[in-house]
Write a protein that binds this ligand. Structure first.
Ligand SMILES: Cc1cc2nc3c(=O)[nH]c(=O)nc-3n(C[C@H](O)[C@H](O)[C@H](O)COP(=O)(O)OP(=O)(O)OC[C@H]3O[C@@H](n4cnc5c(N)ncnc54)[C@H](O)[C@@H]3O)c2cc1C
Length: 353
């Protein structure tokens, strides 16, 4: 049933774990280990590989940082076009307000804004219709998702939109077909007017691959811990020394919708409280001098708002999961998929004390 989108009123056909995984309230490692232990390696294979898509996209963006900076530039350029071109502005407004006349698309636009969630298949169809039928700039669609999705994630979102457009795997785009939508939405929709024979998008300068930045070594003495929205599992961080205090850096996407910000705040509160209890230390407000001269340690923040907000001098440590998987993520997914057993082996022994 994983490909079937039964709509917001039905029980989800997938795990709906991504808001937790995105903030690492649960780690990929923890979820994969639990599912493998409950179902066995073979039965858990498909789900495990889904979780590795998240890991892959993060590793891929880390090794292609222009994939993010170029997207931000395209969003800014797209917004300028909306100001300057009334026809485009009208078409964009109709899309985000669910007034295009394409039944499924309009329902998903409203569902996204009202529930902050869309099923994976609906995300694929929606992005494809946005790009190939409505012919709207893809980066503005990615921005619309990032503003409203409760699991909004720079890597998974940007690279999925690029994948649908045929920019990630060049020339291979995803085409939304009316028959496929009818079949996998349990008869809820009967879309008309889709362009089912489009060409992929192209770009002059695809993001260049760069070397993965090295993480910092963990100091062995006392530290101050800085948590952020990309990793809220302090209990399993590989911290060598004693944590004397903890603070939280709350860096949302620029125009994140209020329900997304509220979920971020709740997640941060939860992470900070667990850190205080695990390390028996106070939570201090993130303000000048909060670390009281101690070295500040933070989990690695992948490309996105938190990484941009982090000050130099903070020691950024990386989980073994990312350290092993990300170097395998610089090309296509299948290289990482073949390396899944190696990642799981490397992470078999817990890193944390
Ligand atoms: C255009 C588009 C935009 C997307 N934007 C985001 C986003 O901003 N944030 C986000 O977290 N995901 C994004 N995704 C990926 C995917 O749709 C969601 O992670 C998934 O729908 C979450 O539902 P689930 O937790 O029930 O997934 P399950 O099917 O239960 O999968 C378990 C976990 O595997 C990972 N996963 C599954 N499918 C994917 C996938 N295609 N790509 C990456 N990871 C995956 C997620 O961590 C998910 O929680 C996007 C996909 C598309 C096509």
């Amino acid at each position: 049933m994983r490909n079937t989108d039964l709509g917001p009123a039905a029980h989800p056909t997938t795990s709906a774990l991504s808001p937790y995984l995105r903030r690492r309230l649960l780690t990929e490692h923890e979820v994969v280990a639990a599912v493998r232990s409950a179902l066995g390696e073979r039965a858990a294979e498909k789900f495990t590989s889904e979780v590795f898509w998240r890991t892959y996209f993060k590793g891929h963006l880390e090794t292609h940082p222009a994939g993010w900076s170029d997207t931000l530039a395209l969003i800014a350029a797209g917004r300028e076009r909306l100001d300057a071109e009334p026809g485009l502005r009208r078409a964009h407004a109709a899309a985000v307000e669910g007034r295009t006349g394409i039944d499924c698309f309009d329902a998903w636009a409203r569902e996204l804004v009202e529930t902050n969630w869309l099923h994976n298949h609906a995300r694929m169809w929606f992005a494809s219709i946005w790009i190939f039928t409505l012919r709207l700039p893809w980066a503005l669609g990615a921005a619309f998702f990032l503003r409203h999705l409760v699991d909004g994630d720079p890597a998974s979102n940007t690279l999925s939109w690029r994948w649908v457009a045929g920019l990630h795997t060049r020339g291979k785009h995803y085409v939304a077909r009316a028959e496929n939508i009818r079949r996998y939405t349990a008869g809820r929709f009967d879309p008309a007017g889709l362009d089912e024979n489009p060409h992929s998008l192209d770009e002059e300068r695809p993001p260049r691959e760069t070397a993965l930045l090295a993480a910092d070594a963990v100091p062995s003495g006392d530290v101050a811990l800085l948590l952020h929205l990309d990793d809220l599992s302090p209990e399993t961080l590989p911290i060598g020394g004693r944590v004397r205090c903890v603070a939280g850096l709350l860096a949302h996407a620029d125009d994140a919708a209020e329900p997304v910000r509220a979920a971020d705040r709740a997640a941060m509160r939860d992470g900070l409280e667990r850190a205080a209890s695990r390390f028996d230390c106070p939570i201090v407000p993130f303000a000048d001098g909060w670390a009281d001269g101690l070295p500040v340690v933070t989990p690695w923040a992948p490309i996105g708002p938190t990484a941009s907000a982090l000050q130099p001098g903070v020691l950024r440590i990386r989980r073994l999961w990312d350290e092993v998987a990300w170097p395998q993520s610089s090309r296509g997914f299948f290289r990482l998929r073949s390396a899944i057993p190696a990642v799981l082996d490397a992470c078999a022994v817990p890193e944390h004390a």
